[in-house]
Design a protein around this ligand. Sequence first.
Ligand code: IDP
Ligand code: MG
Length: 135
Amino acid sequence: MSGNKTFTIIKPDAFRASYTGPIIEIIEHAGFSIKNMRLVEMDNKMASRFYSVHKERPFFSRLCKYMCSGPIIVIELEKENAVSDFRKLIGSTNPEEAEEGTIRKKYASSIEANAIHGSDSDENAQIEIDFFFKN
Ligand code: IDP
Ligand code: MG
């Protein structure tokens, strides 16, 4: 059975462009409830830990630098079938391939600066929620 929690980040490019409001509106209209939310400014050490699964990828250091380039909004979300429904709502990693109507299609500017994060499994959703909200 799939879980009811997921985790998202409104990334620095989207925050900077004042897309936080419109993005949260889409998320709430899609039936997700906000359980916890805060503004964070990550440093390189924190971003490297968050994205450690990607440490061997060629874009890793750029990704960490980008995620530290300004404030982000981290949000714990709840809905039935949360992880998979949220991945559908945000669209493909590369906005050029993202489906019409998805958040990345609307607000992402590149495969790197792609506006929003969404957990890829129930297990990772809980790890990511704990990363930002435990304590
Ligand atoms: P996802 O965010 O759709 O789950 P992942 O493969 O987990 O995509 O990659 C994490 C993040 O790394 C992406 O959201 C994007 O910001 C960045 N990224 C992924 N692939 C590339 C790439 O080929 N070049 C530059 N940045 C990338
Ligand atoms: Mg991912």
